[in-house]
Design a protein around this ligand. Sequence first.
Ligand SMILES: Nc1nc2c(ncn2[C@@H]2O[C@H](COP(=O)(O)OP(=O)(O)OP(=O)(O)O)[C@@H](O)[C@H]2O)c(=O)[nH]1
Ligand SMILES: [Mg+2]
Length: 286
Amino acid sequence: MAVIDQKKKEISAKIVYYGPGLSGKTTNIHFIHSKLKPEHRGKLMTLATQTDRTLFFDYLPVELGEVKGMKTRFQIYTVPGQVFYNATRKLVLKNVDGIVFVADSQKRLLNENIDSLNNLEANLKFYNKKLEDIPIIFQYNKRDLPEILTVDELQQKLNKLGSPFQEAVASEGKSVLSTLTMISKMVLQKQRPAEEQPHQPSPFKLKEKPAAPPAAPPPAAASNPAPPAATPAGGGVRNWEIVSWGNPERVSPSELKIPMVIREKGKNETVSLKLVLNVEWLAPKQ
Ligand SMILES: Nc1nc2c(ncn2[C@@H]2O[C@H](COP(=O)(O)OP(=O)(O)OP(=O)(O)O)[C@@H](O)[C@H]2O)c(=O)[nH]1
Ligand SMILES: [Mg+2]
């Protein structure tokens, strides 16, 4: 569970990279370590076999800036993916605030991904938690390899909750930092008490983009495709599609916020949809 220290103005949360053996969890954490300035990260601790298989876990503390005057600190862990290290995986999941499920996109490894996801659910159950209780992102890794499943296939087989996802090539650093940014925002979003939310800036910030000219039709690889849509206030048509939905969140008695991932020009972006309910009484109230 995240710790909020009002005196120090600090939020501290735990993110765990989960997934089958060799899917790229340690590669993610190494890349994050290499990209963060020394003042924003602590010491990377890893314990691996001679063939680089994680033996215990990897650990990296990072600082990812401020939200509403609070410093945000994250403890990033990876689990050992090899099946026989389940006791360690269970231990690492204790008090987890956010999960990145690193799946190996290769066709022949689909069952390993499914087994690992089932194992994650079973281990969460040990702490009386369900997958839907915890912010989770699916990172479909190794997109550079041949013989990989399509994103649609992976979404169907793994992402039953319609959580956000990223396509990654962790060995080249592709989508590694965006995955971390996304999960950290989801974790912070969850920490804020509901009654405060309308007055606080959302960590799900929609990046301002200039109005784009009509774009090529969106790629067919996403699930839940929606028709290309949206004309921004400044004119100009933007073609985007909805990739996945998160869990709705009640921000006030008449407002719902629904995180979602949209894809525009092949790039995924996390945004949120705000629904405000205005009831008009057509008949006089009794
Ligand atoms: N081609 C390719 N190889 C990758 C990618 N990401 C990681 N790898 C390679 O996959 C191998 C395993 O990566 P690790 O990061 O050690 O995997 P892990 O998930 O930590 O494995 P365990 O510690 O055993 O659970 C390494 O040789 C990486 O270089 C990727 O996106 N594409
Ligand atoms: Mg590892």
